[in-house]
Design a protein. Structure first.
Length: 348
């Protein structure tokens, strides 16, 4: 792997106590290219702009996928990744759906580890602090032919992060008209267009005073599926419920971790469809105890209320909620505070 180090770090210019998520980037990035049928020339270079032809295929036909993951620093200064092989496998699942060549494991994992080791000072210690990592692949051939590209770039960039949402209130609006994904589509892939298409409905919800949208199935808008960019969990009485993954729902790594930990903590969990009617009825009869989103950026965030058909439903806070217990278990593993019985941590 070719390595070109930045001559002067910009880390001393960064106020880590006042970060805006995803706007500050570390000193270096990883890059390699797919040309003539193979991935070649893995490099670590200073973080810098990339030169693109105006006809580059990704800009016209949307062949672009990405991942989201984090690095964490423990109290001894060691840096850790959380289930990185799962991110590599999911990236390639997305690549396959978007007719992008799959990225070799050695390029993904070794490039990631080398990049984070070089920029390890950007991983700030302390719970809530992390280095957000964005691996992505896009079609880079200069062409406006409506066909898969012959050339691609795989890049990893890093951004120091604090807690994603800071408000104690997090309200969502259940979607009645718009859909994030449809059967047979690309909803299960982390395709760039999935997120661009969600911005308009989310902005409408935010204008009404909500933070995010709970997406529903495209066929009937009858079942809840995801909360913004997160998987969603519902607790009715003492049972935790989450929707099964399908070709509309992302196979979240935090989601899988929550399911495994919940089982091991003795929490009853069901993976099945959750109808809006069931959610509303549980709210009305008092059996709805918790709703929370789960994802890389937030880990777990409690949802304090939801809107549906011009009515608002409030979720009262509990003592010792499942969300708090599950989040602590996951973050203790991520920050090397507790044992890791699942072998999810990877040391840099």
């Amino acid at each position: 792997m070719e390595i070109e180090l930045n001559k002067e770090t910009k880390i001393n210019q960064i106020d880590f106590k006042n970060l805006s998520f995803g706007e500050t980037f570390s000193d270096h990035m990883f890059i390699c290219e797919y040309i003539n049928g193979e991935w070649i020339d893995p490099k670590i270079t200073p973080y810098k702009p990339i030169l693109l032809d105006p006809s580059v295929s990704a800009l016209h036909y949307g062949q672009s996928v990405f991942e989201g993951m984090k690095a964490y620093k423990d109290n001894n200064g060691k840096v850790w990744l959380f289930r990185p092989k799962e991110n590599w496998e999911r990236l390639n699942k997305s690549c396959k759906r978007m007719k992008i060549p799959e990225v070799p494991e050695e390029y993904f994992i070794n490039g990631l580890k080398k990049l984070i080791s070089i920029d390890s000072s950007w991983v700030q210690p302390g719970l809530g602090n992390s280095l957000y990592i964005r691996p992505f692949v896009f079609a880079s051939q200069a062409t406006v032919q409506a066909s898969p590209s012959n050339e691609y770039k795989f890049i990893i960039i890093c951004s120091p992060a604090k807690s994603y949402y800071n408000s104690s209130q997090f309200n969502v609006l259940i979607a009645e008209e718009f859909s994030r994904a449809a059967d047979g589509g690309v909803g299960y892939a982390k395709a760039a267009g999935n997120y661009g298409g969600s911005f308009y409905p989310t902005s409408i919800a935010q204008e009404k005073g909500y933070h995010q949208v709970i997406w529903t199935d495209a066929n009937e808008h009858k079942y809840i599926e995801e909360a913004g960019t997160m998987n969603v969990f519902v607790r009715i009485q003492d049972t935790l419920i989450t929707a099964p993954i399908n070709d509309r729902i992302l196979d979240g790594i935090t989601r899988k971790s929550v399911i495994q930990i919940a089982k091991d903590l003795g929490i009853k969990i069901e993976v099945r469809p959750i109808s809006i009617d069931e959610l509303v009825n549980a709210s009305n009869n008092g059996s709805l105890k918790e709703i929370f989103g789960a994802g890389t950026a937030v880990v777990i965030i409690p949802i304090t209320g939801f809107g549906y058909k011009n009515l608002d439903y409030k979720i009262e806070s509990l003592e010792n909620p499942y969300a708090e217990k599950l989040k602590k278990t996951i973050t203790d593993i991520q920050y090397n505070i507790s044992d890791d019985p699942y072998n999810w941590r990877m040391e840099i």
